[in-house]
Ligand binder design. Structure first.
Ligand code: MN3
Length: 206
């Protein structure tokens, strides 16, 4: 069975950027619901419990057709939320080291990168996610995904290293329709050290 990892901080730890009520509903209702529905779908083909979630999401064409959509939606929901919790921190700092160098090489400055990421996240139509990934050539790229799709499910072979949830449930209680304000606040708690660790791992496996 797939299970939800504990949040690495309390529901109120990301205040005032994300309010405690949003965190509690998001983690204990939305994310938990995706995990329960993923397990319910895979119970019809329990051999898939032997596989990792990353394997399943990168091999969806091998998932039996009767559960494929449920696995994409709920397995993607599980994977993406787990990733989202892990790149936030109450003690977040901007990236330093090799990730900072790579960002400055591509965008010119950390501010220019944040502007580009914010613009793409803000203009993503409807519910989805905005990602920073490493391509198979080792380049950084920003992308967005619909629903609970991700760089794992789009077939390009990119390795995600940072993600923001831009479904309304991620921000509506505090920010209502002001998604750009949520994104600006979120960048204050996006943890450069954690994204750097993902970057190092992505470069190491090339
Ligand atoms: Mn969400």
């Amino acid at each position: 069975m797939f299970t939800q990892a504990p949040l690495p901080y309390g529901y109120d730890a990301l205040e005032p950027y994300i309010d405690a009520q949003t965190m509690e509903i998001h983690y204990s209702k939305h994310h938990a619901g995706y995990v329960a529905k993923l397990n319910a779908a895979i119970e019809k083909h329990p051999e898939l419990f032997e596989k990792s979630l990353e394997w399943i999401l990168t091999h969806l064409s091998e998932v039996p057709e009767d559960i494929r959509t449920a696995v994409l939606n709920n397995g993607g929901g599980h994977y993406n939320h787990d990733f989202f919790w892990k790149v936030m921190s109450p003690e977040a700092k901007d990236a330093s080291g090799t990730l900072k160098e790579a960002i400055e090489k591509k965008w010119g400055s950390m501010e220019a990168f944040k502007d580009d990421f914010s613009e793409k996240a803000a203009t993503k139509f409807a519910s989805g996610w905005a990602w920073l990934s490493v391509t198979p050539e080792g380049k950084l790229e920003i992308s967005t995904s619909d629903g609970h799709e991700s760089p794992l499910t789009d077939g390009k072979g990119w390795t995600p290293i940072m993600v923001i949830d831009v479904w309304e449930h991620a921000y509506y209680l505090k920010y209502q329709n002001r998604r750009p304000d949520f994104i600006k606040a979120w960048l204050e708690i996006a943890c450069g050290d954690k994204v750097q660790a993902h970057y190092d791992a992505a470069i190491a496996k090339m």
